[in-house]
Design a protein around this ligand. Structure first.
Ligand SMILES: *[C@@H]1O[C@H](CO)[C@@H](O)[C@H](O)[C@H]1NC(C)=O
Ligand SMILES: *[C@@H]1O[C@H](CO)[C@@H](O)[C@H](O)[C@H]1NC(C)=O
Ligand SMILES: *[C@@H]1O[C@H](CO)[C@@H](O)[C@H](O)[C@H]1NC(C)=O
Length: 275
């Protein structure tokens, strides 16, 4: 079995849809020797508070291996007290919030949809399967853990008492990889005040904030990154008094260009006729 390592994916937080599929595909292509059964799940996924999130899990079989019975799926969450909670079939805090995305029991896609994501869902999750195959017989296979990180809505506006300041704020779960930044017309800005998200014991989240002083009109963009991935952003277009930006006067340019052309087309033949 050849082992492939993708450093950029290990460092980055969420896997893009393409990246995830390609990864499963490559792993399957490269590792397919004899009787290999693997369960794939991404290392980190990010969800917006109150929204739904897909938690991917894919079973791969090498071409020479065949399932004898329908695999039995267990999705479990691991909390800090190391106690396991069942997501599939859903029980406890997950009851009524989890759906299997591909309901065909023979499908190898065991991804689930977790609905109405809460701060308390910020945990590690494991996809486990009870499998019975022709060569390897009955056994259990599990994926590597997926960490679910959560973020709330972003607020981005002029800082109330002082209109020369712009303030961006967001609540996120305690992942050191979360970074907040503000761009002006595509350029990085220097913050006058930023809070790196100091944990408050009673809270399941930290507050990241960033304040900059205005540098004229234009497009300001506040972005939340997890490692290298853009997670969410908010955009403000500011038209400041005194810094009105006119659009390029193309009509005027065209009109000016028409003058010599008209002169050539009309006057020159007239002058030539006279001679
Ligand atoms: C799970 O993680 C281990 C150690 O990081 C790695 O060697 C292995 O390839 C991973 N397995 C899958 C299916 O991703
Ligand atoms: C598994 O199914 C879900 C829902 O249909 C889909 O979004 C996801 O891309 C599938 N996974 C793979 C690896 O194809
Ligand atoms: C607003 O902020 C700017 C830049 O930090 C500062 O120079 C100015 O004194 C502040 N104005 C008020 C009214 O606080």
């Amino acid at each position: 079995m050849i082992k492939i390592i993708f450093p950029e994916w290990h460092n980055s937080g969420i896997l893009t849809k393409w990246g995830w599929r390609a990864w499963v595909f490559l792993y399957f292509m490269v590792s397919g020797s004899c009787c290999l059964v693997t369960v794939h799940q991404p290392p980190v996924i990010t969800a917006a508070l109150g929204h739904d999130v897909t938690m991917p899990c894919q079973l791969s079989l090498s071409p020479d291996e065949t399932l004898l019975t329908v695999p039995v799926l267990y999705w479990v969450s691991i909390s800090q007290d190391a106690e396991e909670h069942r997501l599939w079939k859903p029980s406890g805090i997950y009851e009524g919030r989890v759906q299997l995305l591909d309901e065909n029991p023979n499908s190898l896609n065991k991804s689930i949809l977790l609905q109405n994501v809460q701060w308390a869902d910020n945990r590690k999750y494991k996809c486990k399967l009870s499998i019975n195959t022709e060569k390897a017989k009955g056994f259990r296979s599990k994926g590597n853990e997926t960490l679910l990180t959560v973020y709330d809505a972003m607020t981005f506006n002029l800082a109330a008492p002082n209109d020369s300041l712009l303030h961006c704020e967001i609540n996120v779960t305690r992942e050191p990889g979360f970074v907040l930044s503000i761009d002006h017309n595509g350029h990085k800005t220097q913050s006058v005040d930023s809070a790196p998200g100091v944990p408050v014991v009673a809270r399941p989240y930290v507050t990241l904030s960033e304040t900059i002083s205005l540098r004229g009109g234009g497009k300001y963009e506040c972005q939340l990154h997890l490692n290298k991935d853009l997670i969410t952003k908010s955009i403000l277009h500011l038209l400041l008094p005194g810094v009105v930006e006119y659009p390029e006067p193309w009509l005027l340019y065209a009109a000016l260009l028409l003058v010599p052309v008209t002169f050539l087309l009309v006057l020159v033949p007239v002058l030539l006729c006279r001679c």
